[in-house]
Design a protein around this ligand. Structure first.
Ligand code: SF4
Ligand code: SF4
Length: 185
C-alpha cells in the first residue's frame, strides 16, 4: 500500500529576503558585535592555560627540600594501587636519612589514566599530580618516563602539596566528626 507524504510547507519570502543581501549584512553585523564581547577561548599554544591546584596533570616525583634526591622511600604503595599498573620501581638502601630509595622508578604514561590514586596513598608526599597537561611523545618508548624525567623541585608543586594537605585534613575531620556522632547514638 502506498503512503502519502505530508505536503511540504513553503515559507513565503519577502522581496528583501529574496535578495539575500540584507540577511548577509545581518549575519556580518552579528559577527562584528561578537568581536567586542568577552572571550571564553584562548589562543593555545601561544597562550597557555594555568590550571588551579585541584587539577590532576602528569604525575611527578617530588625532590627533597635539600636537593639530595627524591622523597620517595620505595615502599611500593603507589605501584600497588595504580589501576593500569603504570608504575614500576626497584628499591635499594641509601645513606640518606630515609634509608630506602628507588634506584629505578618509571611511569608508563601511555597507561596512566590520571586517577591520582598514587598521590593519595603515598605516605611521603613523594608523588603528586602536577599541573602539566601538554604532553606528547613521538615513540612509545619515550612515553615511559624514568626517575630523572619525573623528578621536579618541591617549589614547582608546592600549590598542589598545600591543596592536598587541606583536602586530606578536611576528609580526616569529616571522618572524625562522623565517628563522634556515631558514638553519641
Ligand atoms: S595517576 Fe593513577 S594511573 Fe597514573 S600513575 Fe598514578 S595511580 Fe597510576
Ligand atoms: S607511595 Fe610514595 S614513597 Fe611509596 S613508592 Fe610510591 S612514591 Fe615512593
Amino acid at each position: 500500500m502506498q503512503t502519502k507524504n505530508p505536503p511540504i510547507k513553503r515559507i513565503k519570502l519577502s522581496f528583501l529576503e529574496r535578495l539575500y543581501l540584507p540577511e548577509i549584512f545581518k549575519g556580518m553585523a552579528y559577527t562584528f558585535a561578537q568581536m567586542f564581547k568577552p572571550k571564553f577561548t584562548m589562543s593555545y599554544p601561544e597562550v597557555k592555560w594555568k590550571p588551579k591546584p585541584v587539577f590532576r596533570g602528569r604525575p611527578v616525583l617530588v625532590e627533597r627540600a635539600d636537593k639530595t634526591g627524591e622523597r620517595c622511600v620505595a615502599c611500593g604503595l603507589c605501584a600497588r594501587v595504580c589501576p593500569p599498573l603504570a608504575i614500576s620501581m626497584q628499591a635499594n638502601e641509601t645513606e640518606l636519612p630515609q634509608e630506602r630509595h628507588p634506584i629505578t622508578f618509571e611511569i608508563n604514561m601511555l597507561r596512566c589514566i590520571y586517577c591520582g590514586y598514587c598521590e593519595e596513598v603515598c605516605p611521603e608526599e613523594a608523588i603528586v599530580m602536577s599541573d602539566e597537561y601538554d604532553i606528547t611523545y613521538h615513540t612509545r618508548q619515550k612515553a615511559i618516563m624514568d626517575k630523572q624525567q619525573l623528578l621536579v623541585p618541591m617549589e614547582k608543586v608546592q600549590a598542589r602539596l598545600d591543596f592536598l594537605r587541606e583536602y586530606k585534613n578536611a576528609v580526616r575531620n569529616a571522618a572524625e566528626q562522623a565517628v563522634g556522632e556515631d558514638a553519641k547514638k
